[in-house]
Design a binder for this molecule. Structure first.
Ligand SMILES: [Zn+2]
Ligand SMILES: [Zn+2]
Length: 232
C-alpha cells in the first residue's frame, strides 16, 4: 500500500483515495472541497514543469523590496514580501556555483544560495540583503563568511540542491528559524559565545519551531501555512 497526503487538509491517505490536480499533477487532494480550499495557495505554482525546470526563490535586496507596491496586508512580515517564487532552469548558476547554506543543511534542508555579486564578481549597487547573510551563516559562529559581508550580495537566488520545489512558506519559516538561531531568545543554552550550539541545529529542532510558526501564522489569517507532513 502506498500512502500519500492531501495537499489541502494534509491528512495521510492511500494513494487510490487521492486525486491529482489536473493542471500540474504534482499535488493530490482527497476531495473537491480540499482542492477548492487550497486553490489560492496552489494557483501560482500550478504549472506543468518541463523536465529541466524547478521552483526556486528570488530573495529581494532592500532596493528591490523598496520598489514593490506597498503591501496592504499588515499581518504579512517583511520577509514574506522579499520572497518571490521563480521558475529556474536546472542550468541556472545557482546549481553549479551557489553556496550550500551550512546551517540549513545541518537541519536537513539543502539550500543553495547564489548571488551575481559574490559568484560572478559583478558590481552591485550595495543596497543590502540581511536575510541573505542570515541564510548563509556558518554553523560555527552564526555569521556569514567575510566575503559575503564585504561584497553586497544584492538580490539572491535560492534553490534546493536536490531539485525539489522550494515553497515560499518553507523559505519564510527557514529564515525565521535562522534568524533566531544566534540568540538565546528561545531559551536554548548559550555555548561558546553564541546559542544554540551545533548540536541544537537539528531537523527535530526545526520541526518543533515550524509547528509553532505555522500555528502563529494561521492565527493571523495566513492559511497558506500548513503542518509539515512531508519530509523537508
Ligand atoms: Zn483533504
Ligand atoms: Zn496543480
Amino acid at each position: 500500500m502506498t500512502t500519500s497526503f492531501c495537499a489541502g487538509c494534509q491528512s495521510h491517505k492511500e494513494e487510490s483515495e487521492l486525486k491529482a490536480c489536473s493542471g500540474c499533477s504534482t499535488v493530490r487532494y482527497c476531495s473537491k472541497e480540499c482542492q477548492t480550499e487550497d486553490w489560492k495557495v496552489h494557483k501560482p505554482v500550478c504549472k506543468k514543469l518541463k523536465s529541466d525546470e524547478v521552483w526556486g526563490i528570488k530573495l529581494l535586496c532592500n532596493r528591490d523590496l523598496a520598489a514593490l507596491p506597498h503591501s496592504p496586508n499588515s499581518s504579512e512580515p517583511e520577509i514574506s514580501r522579499r520572497i518571490e517564487h521563480i521558475l529556474l532552469n536546472k542550468n541556472h548558476p545557482v546549481f553549479r556555483q551557489g553556496d550550500l547554506c551550512p546551517t540549513t543543511q545541518a537541519y536537513g534542508f539543502p539550500l543553495l544560495i547564489y548571488s551575481d555579486g559574490i559568484h560572478q564578481r559583478r558590481q552591485t549597487q550595495g543596497s543590502g540583503n540581511q536575510p541573505a547573510l542570515c541564510l548563509r551563516m556558518d554553523v560555527e559562529n552564526g555569521l556569514a563568511p567575510p566575503h559575503w559581508q564585504i561584497v553586497d550580495p544584492d538580490t539572491c537566488i535560492i534553490a534546493r540542491r536536490d531539485y525539489k520545489p522550494l515553497t515560499r512558506e518553507a523559505m519564510e519559516a527557514c529564515y525565521a528559524f535562522q534568524f533566531m538561531l544566534p540568540s538565546d531568545a528561545y531559551g536554548w543554552p548559550e555555548e561558546d559565545g553564541w546559542a544554540p550550539g551545533r548540536e541544537h541545529i537539528t531537523r527535530a529542532a526545526f520541526q518543533l519551531f515550524y509547528k509553532k510558526y505555522y500555528r502563529d501564522q494561521n492565527e493571523v489569517g495566513r492559511a497558506q501555512f500548513k503542518p509539515i507532513r512531508r519530509p523537508l
